[in-house]
Design a protein. Structure first.
Length: 446
């Protein structure tokens, strides 16, 4: 098949047909500060060998997560993934299957989606879950749109301690939809006050939050419900649900989470898998797909797509979502890993995570000039250091320790966060790792 480029006349005719004068007008909705002012400073052409060498030199500047003591979190966590997970997802019947448009020949795909949904509902304490979404941040944005449909209101109240990337994703989608967003100021101490009136569609909160604080959502759920609003609970570290009370048991109406921690490696930032669960009464407004179990004509158990709410399923403008994937391979990895763990294994994994984080927090609190801000946390907490958190992290990296995420990196516009570092410790961290962190931090601060 030959490649047939469009001529200048072809392009002019296409632009005229859709009503714009130039290609640049197609990008009018992209914020100006996100557009490049000029082409990147790269050679206009190079041979394949030269390109490979240049990219290899760039790649060699990275420090692999498993090569040094690693304490980075903030929504993407390093956990141990059994080799059996990777082996099983690469079986041909899984690797070559994609989307279950023909349920009668996609029984295996539908079954693991059904099992995945069951696991997510149990984890979150909710009544129904869908067959996954892109990731936690886009799931949060879809939850806000769903709340608008349920309440017929168009204003969302966003906790200041929601992960900044999640807030930005919600703001981007809401801006395109013409919806209103009210985002509170970040509260590193974990204490936030919500003013909810009868114009608010939903309140979006996170636990553990961006700074690692755990929250009892019962009071905020009651306050939201009294005003006719829904409570959307966000979880970025799904392993925490093996130890803490799930949001569904605390009154959340919709729970969204990032499922990366189970079965999915860091993989340079993706692909990940979004978890989405809600109350049964809102199931018709839930985005994405829902796989169900049934009995076929011969009396055997079978699986079907119970809900297909996307625009591709002839829903068009009535679609509740236009997310066009179910991140199938990622949610399969999640399902396999969760099945291998079981309930007891997940609870044990969560306890190890918490114990490791407590051990690290106790050690760091003894370093001169360092203050741990958290009274409560799961496997992630915030420390205050003298001076710039960004500089401290860079200096730690030079000493072979990836010591966390400086808040200023994710919230550069808030000067009050410049001396804060968010530190995560999972089951992969050892006593030697923690000792190396403390020793390196003492040297940096000295």
């Amino acid at each position: 098949m030959r490649y047939l480029p469009h001529t200048a006349d072809d392009r002019s005719a296409m632009l005229a047909r859709i009503g714009v004068r130039a290609v640049d007008e197609l990008f009018a909705d992209v914020p100006a500060d996100k557009l490049l002012r000029a082409p990147p400073d790269l050679p206009r052409r190079q041979g394949e060998i030269e390109v490979e060498r240049a990219l290899r030199r760039m790649a060699d500047r990275n420090v692999a997560a498993g090569s040094v003591p690693f304490f980075v979190g903030c929504g993407a966590y390093k956990h141990h993934i059994p080799a059996s997970v990777d082996h099983l997802i690469q079986r041909s019947e899984f690797l070559t299957s994609y989307t279950p448009y023909q349920p009668e020949i996609a029984q295996g795909t539908l079954q693991y989606l059904f099992e995945f949904q069951t696991q997510v509902a149990l984890l979150t304490g909710m009544e129904v879950a869908n067959a996954s979404m892109y990731d936690g941040s886009t799931a949060a944005a879809e939850a806000v749109l769903m709340a608008h449909r349920v309440t017929r209101r168009r204003k969302a109240l966003i906790a200041g301690n929601l992960h900044p990337h999640y807030r930005e994703t919600i703001e981007t989608i809401s801006r395109m939809a013409g919806d209103e967003i009210v985002a509170l100021k970040a509260a590193p101490d974990g204490h936030e006050e919500f003013a909810i009136d009868d114009t608010v569609s939903c309140v979006v909160v996170q636990t553990p939050d961006f700074f690692g604080h755990l929250h009892d959502l019962k009071a905020i759920a009651e306050k939201a419900h009294a005003a006719g609003a829904l409570l959307i609970a966000v979880v970025t570290e799904v392993v925490s649900l093996g130890l803490v009370t799930p949001p569904g048991e605390m009154g959340a109406d919709i729970v969204v989470a990032e499922g990366q921690s189970i079965g999915n490696g860091l993989t340079f930032g993706g692909p990940y898998v979004g978890l989405f669960a809600s109350r049964q009464k809102y199931v018709r407004q839930m985005p994405g797909r829902l796989a169900g179990a049934t009995i076929e004509v011969d009396g055997r158990r079978g699986f079907v797509l119970t809900l297909s709410t996307r625009e591709q399923h002839i829903r068009r403008e009535k679609a509740t979502s236009n997310i066009c994937t179910n991140s199938g391979l990622c949610c399969l990895a999640f399902t396999i890993h969760m099945s291998l763990l079981g309930e007891a294994g997940l609870m044990r994994l969560a306890r190890i995570n918490h114990a490791n984080a407590v051990a690290l927090a106790d050690l760091l609190a003894k370093v001169k000039g360092v203050r741990v801000l958290n009274d409560t946390f799961f496997n992630e907490f915030t420390i205050r250091v003298p001076g710039s958190g960004t500089q401290v992290i860079e200096q730690l990296a030079a000493k072979g320790v990836l010591g966390g995420v400086p808040c200023a990196r994710l919230a550069p516009d808030d000067p009050e966060l410049r001396d804060l570092i968010i530190v995560a410790s999972t089951e992969v961290n050892t006593d030697e790792d923690r000792a190396a962190y403390v020793a390196a931090l003492k040297e940096v601060l000295a």
